[in-house]
Design a protein around this ligand. Structure first.
Ligand code: COA
Length: 188
């Protein structure tokens, strides 16, 4: 296991192992923790974007063997040593392995983002200091109906900047629909 900064060689290695086809956002990270076997990347976790969102992906045949937990722990430790105030993650609440992995390591739920029927994510984070804690308290406004309207407007305005802000680069993401978001609001 090692920590690497993203560069063209690492992106090519991620693509060669097939891992970034499964989790495109890994290519938008600033740095990664990678686990390799026979020169091939079999697991990677990284942080990217202004809001320090983390992504993690383990190649299917190596899942459930403790690799995810090991590299996620390293990612948290490295984030602390880089003096970050917080890190965040987005995961689908139905993705039990991801929910269990992140909550067992201290990620706390902040709000549920129902962007569209296909894109439902819990926004979670770990704060490392008072500024991080304060930021998460502010984000909790999005855990209310009024906050959801505000969030919908922000998402509409900032959609072209998701890659820079969130390290999120899924193609063909629909326009956020504020009335749908409001109708389907779920407090967590
Ligand atoms: C989510 C993922 C990273 C977990 O990595 P992993 O190496 O398979 O997980 P680990 O073996 O380290 O297990 C970590 C924890 O997850 C839980 N877990 C693992 N597999 C699970 C499963 N199939 N169902 C429920 N919980 C599971 C366990 O609680 C485990 O904690 P424990 O060992 O303390 O009990 C991996 O399954 C994966 O790459 N999934 C696809 C991509 C993804 O969903 N990424 C997250 C989105 S941000």
């Amino acid at each position: 296991m090692r920590v690497v900064n993203i560069n063209q060689a690492i992106i090519e290695k991620l693509q060669k192992s097939g891992i970034s086809n499964l989790m495109k956002s890994l290519e938008s990270c600033e740095w990664l923790v990678i686990e390799e076997k026979d020169g091939k990347i079999i697991g990677a976790a990284g942080i990217g974007g202004f809001f320090r969102f983390s992504s993690i992906q383990i190649i299917k045949e190596f899942q459930g063997k403790g690799i995810g937990k090991k590299i996620q722990k390293e990612l948290i430790g490295e984030s602390k040593s880089k003096k970050y105030s917080f890190i965040m993650v987005l995961f689908n609440p139905d993705n039990l392995s991801s929910v269990n992995l992140h909550t067992s390591l201290g990620y706390k739920k902040i709000f549920r983002l129902k962007y569209s029927e296909k894109h439902i994510n819990d926004v979670c984070g770990i704060s490392f200091n008072k500024s991080g804690e304060l930021f998460f308290q502010l984000l909790k406004i999005f855990n209310t109906k009024i906050g959801t309207i505000f969030l919908g407007c922000i998402l509409k305005i900032f959609k072209p900047f998701f890659r820079q802000l969130l390290g999120y680069n899924e193609k063909n993401l629909p326009e956020p629909n504020i009335s749908w978001m409001l109708k389907n609001f779920e407090k967590i």
